[in-house]
Design a protein around this ligand. Sequence first.
Ligand SMILES: C[S@@+](CC[C@H](N)C(=O)[O-])C[C@H]1O[C@@H](n2cnc3c(N)ncnc32)[C@H](O)[C@@H]1O
Length: 223
Amino acid sequence: MLSYVFMKILELRPRSYDRRINRLSGHRTRGIKEQVAAAVRPGGKVLEIGCGTGELASLLVSSGCTVDAFDLSPSMVTAARERIAAEGLEGRLTVHQMGVEAMDTLPGGLYDAVVSTLVFSELAHSERRFALRYAHELLRPDGCLVIADEVVPRSLGRRVLQALFRLPMVAATYLITRSSTHPLRNLAGEVSEAGFVVQKEQRSHGDTFAIVIARRIDKHVAP
Ligand SMILES: C[S@@+](CC[C@H](N)C(=O)[O-])C[C@H]1O[C@@H](n2cnc3c(N)ncnc32)[C@H](O)[C@@H]1O
């Protein structure tokens, strides 16, 4: 999954983004989105953070969910809206152009699930904290959070290998986009610090990728 370093380059062309990232990742990206969609109860109301072209949102709509999605990039939002028109998703999928820093403007306690794939590794620590804090506020009690992203492996040997293999790709990506991605050191820990109960952390791809499934469980206060 080291190929995810090149995400920032592929994002420059939203129309071919899904096809290229899927090919570059050995056709795993689509499978990851299917796993994330499968972790969400069918038929609920879902918020997607950083929806890109709306591929995951479209899968969620297929399972009966209604999705509000947002992305910072105007060209990604345009591609997602083209998908809505092409796939007839009007009324089931709404896409807004905004960044995570505007999550405090969304109505609280409304969503059954908040999902995100390959976005948190692009965010600064403060943005991740903010996004998780508001994901918690926006969910209904017992709502579910599912985040999938590149992570730092647990063993020292794998961490060294990841850093060595990533370095030239990070340099090339930075030269072209002036930005990079950062595998997450403690995704499950950040999720639980935001008040969630982590139910599952599914690691894959040589321990460099994780899907974290967590729940907003409000403590019952005795009357
Ligand atoms: C690698 S793409 C992943 C897109 C999609 N989630 C997927 O898995 O196909 C990362 C996306 O995160 C968006 N993004 C980056 N920073 C963001 C922010 N602060 N707020 C909202 N979206 C952001 C980018 O515009 C981009 O569409």
